[in-house]
Design a protein around this ligand. Sequence first.
Ligand SMILES: [Zn+2]
Length: 316
Amino acid sequence: MAIDGSGTALSTCVLAPNPSPMTLEGTNTWVIAAPGSSFAMVVDPGPEDEGHLRRVVDRAAGTGRRVAQILLTHGHSDHSAGARRLAALTGAPVRAADPAYRLGSEGLTDGDVVLAAGCELRVITTPGHSADSLSLLLPEDGALLTGDTVLGRGTTVIGADGSLADYLRSLDAMKVLAENASVRVLLPGHGPLVPDPSSMLDFYIEHRAERLAEVRAALAAGDTTAQQIVARVYHDVDPGVRPFAELSVQAQLDYLATGSEREPSLPGRPRADDRAGAPARRTTGRACGGARRPRSAPTGPRCAASRGRQSPPAPC
Ligand SMILES: [Zn+2]
């Protein structure tokens, strides 16, 4: 599926020309507008690339619209670096969770509803990939703009400013939205749109459980540092992305060290708590080894430990 130009009734992707192992085909900049509106919203301007930013402006202007709001899913530079220049081109403010990335007086916090361009965007904070990550629900399309929390294929990394415990909670929250049909499609920050959010979220949750099991096994085998674990678990990773593998392993070590692990459960089986008749505690982790491909399993490059599969883009 072509990513550039894809979207939903109210959203259109403008693909930035910054492909890499970490950004897949590039950053997805989303232009949001309702038919008949004179304005548009832009989510994640992407890198500071003049040609890309002018394409974004032209995408709006070509339909007679002016960019009225610029929103950031998080502050990582492949999403935010072009925001200041796009603001200069359009006069639009930049809203973000982290005040450091804002231009103007308004931020984005959980529960905010952004009304512009004839559309409604609801802010759902989804920390984990980074501390400031958020998702934006476009209810009219049943679409969730996920930034880097869920990608169009493969899996994402837990950044130095992220937290695995937060990330697992965010995946759980997204899964609830997918299961109650509030979200029928994901519009990610990289990769193609995801037409089956529930299956993709199952895959993400299972993947994290697999990774944790691998890290536990490495610790049991005597590894003590992230570097040692990367050498064992991510042995086939591209040397260029090894630092990101170490970040991901460190996030898992931090998570294990807190003792806040969730009770894993195999798909379709009751959790230990359930069997014991204990009070319900929503835990959706999956035991390693029970992993399976979801109905619409992500294809193409996946993460480094996907043994026997295609070479990975990111050491997630
Ligand atoms: Zn990011």
